[in-house]
Design a protein. Structure first.
Length: 298
């Protein structure tokens, strides 16, 4: 028989934290218990001796077991916060990462027109597009993804948040209606196919199509950088996320394709994580990027 003392918030959280193998076991446990009970994480600290019902304790234990088995917290909750927006998530998309908020910050700081036309390539949950729409509802934002389930999820998130974003199914640019944009932004797959991290942590439960991009991780970035000028307005910007050790290679792709003002920015951990460049056709010297045209679309 379970004693009341073992059903307090603190007792449950302490026991769960000791079993969860992650970078933030206590946070994981608090998020799961908050999801089950409806209590805030702050209340667990203010009233650690508050008792949890047996039914809630049983449901919490089931989630903890799933987390111990490695399933991501976001999948267990069905939701992940990004840019203070609650986004529904699923196993068909990448879980939005906090460092990708840096991409949004850089985009918002660019010299764009008041009613900018923006394209988010490989939108997944819609995180980047919806974050931008929340800050600039006057922008005309298109988001695309190759995966039908991701398109449906992004549309559902837009509807739930009351934000206007046009979400379409397209493998990168292939199925888009012809047009030009002031900004193209993307967090594409950029992990090499033999990277050992693919067998560790949350990425084990995320789709490889949203993570892996060829032998060096640059296949999709090559395609995006190569084709983006055909979709950018004069003085339009391309902004992409990439691996912390890929900055030099990605910047060279930008320069080789003729982008101006190429620059690398860092994430919250001070790691090179984003590269951007301005398209100016008059000043550009069009030089094929390495392996141009060899990469397959996502």
């Amino acid at each position: 028989m379970t004693s009341k003392s073992s059903l307090t918030c603190e007792a449950l959280l302490k026991k769960a934290s000791a079993r969860i193998d992650s970078d933030s076991p206590r946070l994981d446990a608090e998020l799961l218990l908050s999801h089950i009970t409806g209590l805030s994480r702050t209340s667990f600290r203010a009233w650690p001796e508050r008792e949890v019902t047996g039914a809630h304790a049983k449901a919490f234990e089931a989630l903890v077991q799933d987390r111990v088995a490695g399933r991501p917290v976001a999948h267990l909750l069905g939701q992940q916060e990004f840019w203070s927006l609650p986004l529904n998530v699923s196993a068909s998309t990448l879980i939005p990462r906090p460092d990708t908020e840096c991409l949004v910050e850089v985009a918002l700081d660019l010299p764009l027109p008041r009613q900018a036309h923006v394209l988010d390539l490989g939108t997944g949950t819609g995180a980047i597009a919806l974050a931008l729409a929340s800050e600039h509802p006057e922008w005309q934002i298109t988001a695309c993804d190759a995966v039908a389930e991701a398109v449906a999820l992004a549309r559902d998130n837009a509807d739930a948040l009351g934000l206007t974003v046009s979400v379409v199914q397209s493998s990168w640019f292939s199925e888009l209606t012809p047009g030009r944009f002031d900004l193209i932004v993307s967090n594409p797959p950029y992990i090499p196919d033999n990277d050992h991290h693919l067998k560790e942590g949350d990425v084990r439960f995320e789709p490889a199509s949203a993570l892996v991009s060829g032998r060096d991780g640059l296949d999709d970035l090559r395609l995006i950088v190569d084709q983006a000028p055909d979709w950018l307005l004069e003085d339009g910007w391309l902004l992409v996320e990439h691996g912390f050790d890929q900055a030099e290679a990605v910047a060279e792709l930008f320069r080789a394709r003729g982008f101006q003002d190429v620059e690398t920015r860092q994430d919250y951990g001070n790691r090179d994580r984003m590269t951007l460049g301005r398209w100016c056709s008059g000043a550009a010297v069009i030089t094929p990027a390495p392996n141009r045209g060899d990469a397959d679309a996502q």
